[in-house]
Design a protein around this ligand. Structure first.
Ligand SMILES: *Cc1c(COP(=O)(O)O)cnc(C)c1O
Length: 402
């Protein structure tokens, strides 16, 4: 049934949605058109940080919607100044450029890094070192940065200036740095790549080598940022701060919003007219971004995320003990968690969905759990029961099939 409706679809075939649509959402719950209620541990792929229809976000968006939607960046946008100042206060950054998506925030990081070296009289420094398994978006430059063949194939020559290195390999980084190197780019935890986490020492090593060679360190925190790992930004766990950072997903809480965060020195060469955007930073987006920060920066919010995340992780560890033939290991940090599976991840995702629990696939045969940051211990228990039931049935079907 899903495939017939899909073949009649007027939408690009690139999107292959599950045969499921929703009428509304509330907190961690989604109400399906099939009449079922789902626990949403996909959260729009780490976007709905505060769940669905959070009252504070609804109020902020509605209020702004009745006042002013869009004026373009030809005029001052007070909400932009405010959100930028707040992001700077809670991060390494001194300057912010707002975008509509993660990939655009990445592109801004790339342009800013190259322009930095250009302005310093080194226009040959264009290369950005990245790591295997990375995901940085789907524009021509960001697929080159991610370096994954499945995303590059058929789209012409790979955009120049991106060099992939083995994950976590210090020696390879040392060898790769040369006269054309501009920057090093890494996700503090790989999301799409399968919740793979370089250790903090590796991020500190990258910080040091960037300092030693006047390279810019770029973190892609599009998925890990805004509380996802239990800190506002994942880099805080490592003690290594970047020069440039892309965020998106969580900061908009469901409204398309991204940002490039930069130190004063990294952003200094981005002079008037050098970069721009029509929609980026518009009043609607700024109202929502500020409202997301209101909640996430509330005293005790992130501690609460860490507490519930720890409980979730313990529950997952129990599941892994109960089903060692299905689960190889638990990965991740905070509420960016992965089950590395011994059976196809898509099969388990659909078994979970049948039980009313929504999760997301990732590379390396991992199933991602990305609940809204506002879930409670009770929500975790409910999810645990659903997973337990789904996995038990899965085991039965498997052994019956043998
Ligand atoms: C989602 C994501 C992107 C791309 O963001 P878009 O908004 O889809 O362009 C880039 N990097 C990481 C780590 C992501 O998770």
């Amino acid at each position: 049934m899903a495939s017939t409706s899909h073949s009649r679809s007027s939408i690009f075939k690139t999107l292959t949605p599950a045969p499921l649509a929703f009428e509304r959402g509330e907190g961690v719950r989604l109400y399906g058109e099939d009449g079922k209620i789902y626990l949403d541990y996909s959260a729009g792929v780490a976007v709905n940080a505060l769940g669905h229809a959070h009252p504070h976000l609804v109020a902020a968006l509605s209020e702004q919607a009745s006042k002013l939607w869009h004026v373009s960046n030809l005029f001052q946008i007070p909400g932009q100044e405010r959100l930028a100042k707040r992001l700077c206060e809670v991060s390494f950054a001194d300057r912010i450029f707002f975008t509509n998506s993660g990939a655009e925030a990445m592109e801004c990081c790339f342009k800013t890094a190259r322009r930095y070296h250009f302005a310093a009289g080194n226009p040959q420094k264009i290369d950005i070192l990245t790591f295997e398994g990375a995901f940085h978006g789907r524009t021509l430059a960001t697929i080159a940065a991610g370096g994954q063949e499945k995303y590059l194939e058929g789209f012409g020559p790979k955009t120049e200036g991106f060099i992939q290195l083995p994950f976590g390999d210090e020696e390879a980084v040392n060898k790769a740095i040369g006269d054309t190197t501009a920057a090093i780019l890494i996700e503090p935890v790989q999301g799409e790549g399968g919740i793979r986490q370089p250790d903090g020492a590796f991020l500190r090593f990258l910080r040091q080598i960037c300092d030693d060679n006047d390279l810019l360190l770029i973190f892609d925190e599009i998925q890990t940022g805004i509380g996802r790992t239990g800190k506002l930004f994942a880099y805080e766990w490592s003690g290594a701060a970047p020069d440039l950072m892309a965020i998106a997903k969580g900061i908009g809480g469901g409204f398309p919003l991204g940002a490039c965060l930069a130190t004063e020195s990294a952003a200094d060469a981005m002079a008037p007219g050098v970069h721009g955007t029509t929609f980026g930073g518009n009043p609607l987006a700024m109202a929502v971004g500020n409202a997301v920060l209101d909640v996430v920066l509330e005293e005790g919010f992130l501690e609460g995320v860490q507490e519930v995340a720890l409980y979730l992780r313990q529950q997952l560890a129990e599941l892994a003990d109960t089903f060692p033939e299905l689960i190889e290991e638990i990965r991740g940090e905070g509420m960016l968690l992965g089950l590395k599976l011994k059976v196809p991840n898509l099969d388990v995702i659909s078994a979970f969905r049948d039980e009313g629990l929504l999760t997301v696939a990732a590379g390396d045969n991992v199933l991602r759990l990305l609940p809204p940051l506002v879930i409670t211990i009770d929500d975790v228990r409910e999810a645990q029961q659903k997973m337990q039931r789904a996995l038990a049935q899965f085991t039965e079907i498997q052994s019956a099939g043998k």
